[in-house]
Design a protein around this ligand. Structure first.
Ligand code: SF4
Length: 102
């Protein structure tokens, strides 16, 4: 069993103006960046895009993230998308949590 502390990465999606127009996403990301075990907290305009998923995967690998939090739309829309991206970067698919902020 791994006894290393968890390394949590938080990704906040703007969904263009769907979220970014009504939620201060930078403030959300800032609010959690100093929380225990959070190694990275950032905002992206479209996390479900190819580019957005690449950012997540690159950060997982670069920062050794082993717990993923995605603040975006309902899990009904993209839970599989983000789980697949996590697996693609070598993460356990169950180490993902999605917060619906849309
Ligand atoms: S992940 Fe969801 S909230 Fe983000 S851009 Fe895609 S549809 Fe919009």
């Amino acid at each position: 069993m791994n006894s290393e502390p968890a390394k949590i990465g938080v990704f906040v999606c703007q969904c263009g103006k769907n979220v970014g127009g009504v939620v201060d996403t930078e403030k959300v990301a800032d609010a959690v960046k100093d929380s225990p075990n959070v190694v990275l907290s950032k905002v992206h305009p479209h996390l479900c895009s190819y580019e957005g998923l690449s950012v997540i995967q690159n950060d997982i690998e670069e920062h050794g993230i082993d717990r993923l939090v995605v603040a975006a739309c309902t899990p009904k829309m993209h839970e599989k998308t983000f789980r697949d991206a996590a697996v693609g970067a070598g993460l356990n698919p169950h180490c993902l949590d999605i917060a619906n902020i849309r």
